[in-house]
Design a protein around this ligand. Structure first.
Ligand code: 2HA
Ligand code: ZN
Length: 281
């Protein structure tokens, strides 16, 4: 990856990450979005030092209040912005916003230099953050939405069923059940950016970090850019293997449930939760 520097360390991390997602073929044109909940003291101190003259925008109302996120800062991709431009025009592609007024509004405190605003999926991201912040006890901070092609292809080839999709992926590589023991949760085809898809996603995110927006893409939560990248990369690789196998007429054998169980016992200390889909009927 080419070297990239920026006065804000979070931009220095997230811009090359976004660019890499584009290189992977996950985020064509303005497809996909990122939001990352930042540590308050660090973001306030870097903005005061590096951008002392930037005043916060007027508050903009959010469609869904998120009281548990009041006072939090997020770096977020702008609506219509291209991941491909992330390192070239970081101050335009990204903005930093603060959630204010008891979680009913946001103010832009940095970025969106072309008069931009957060992604059209921002309300869904915030709803996802609210749940995952609570469920992970504050560990998870970043949500990546991308159009990973092999993963999307499976939503045209398989039943729209969380357990069936999860088992198909777990059975393709031994790493899978260790890296996503919470599985992949399927949300049926719905209009992006709506309260309905936010509600359906939040319901599933009570149980897991990874959502399939059927025929559209992946929506995943993790601790930092590296970890969310690794999570999506692994799911995309297993999806590619599954699709190759389907296109050769289907599997002749598979990693057994017994081996999956042995894997989860052996790597128990690495798992974020128990693999419920392995036991459930
Ligand atoms: O435009 O990917 O889901 C960004 C999107 C909408
Ligand atoms: Zn999308």
């Amino acid at each position: 990856m080419t070297s990239f520097s920026h006065p804000i360390p979070f931009v220095e991390q997230v811009a090359p990450f976004a660019r890499l997602c584009w290189e992977m073929g996950w985020n064509e044109a303005n497809g996909g979005n990122i939001s990352w909940r930042l540590p308050t003291e660090e973001v306030e101190s870097v903005l005061a030092r590096r951008y002392p003259n930037v005043a916060p925008s007027e508050p903009v109302k959010l469609p869904q209040p998120q009281p548990t996120l009041d006072g939090e800062y997020f770096i977020v991709t702008g609506t219509g912005q291209y991941f491909r431009h992330a390192t070239e025009y970081p101050d335009q592609v990204f903005g930093i916003v603060k959630i204010v007024d008891e979680g009913t509004a946001y103010q832009t405190v940095w970025g969106f230099n072309n008069g931009g605003r957060p992604t059209s999926e921002f309300a869904t991201h915030l709803a996802g953050h609210a749940v995952r912040k609570r469920v992970s006890k504050g560990r998870e901070r970043i949500i990546l939405h991308c159009h990973a092609p092999e993963f999307i292809a499976l939503s045209f080839l398989m039943p729209l069923d969380s357990k069936e999709l999860t088992l198909a992926l777990w059975q393709k590589m031994p790493e899978c059940i260790v890296i996503f023991p919470d599985g992949v949760r399927v949300v049926p085809p719905m209009l992006p950016g709506t309260t309905d898809i936010a509600d359906a996603s939040v319901k599933e995110m009570e149980q897991g970090r990874v959502i399939s927006w059927s025929h559209h893409g992946i929506f995943a939560s993790e601790e930092n850019p590296d970890k969310v990248f690794g999570l999506v990369e692994t799911i995309e690789k297993a999806s590619a293997m599954h699709r190759k196998i389907l296109s050769c007429g289907g599997q002749k054998q598979s990693i057994s449930n017994e081996l999956l169980k042995e894997l989860t016992d052996y790597f128990e200390r690495l798992l974020v939760c128990k693999p419920d889909f392995l036991d459930s009927k």
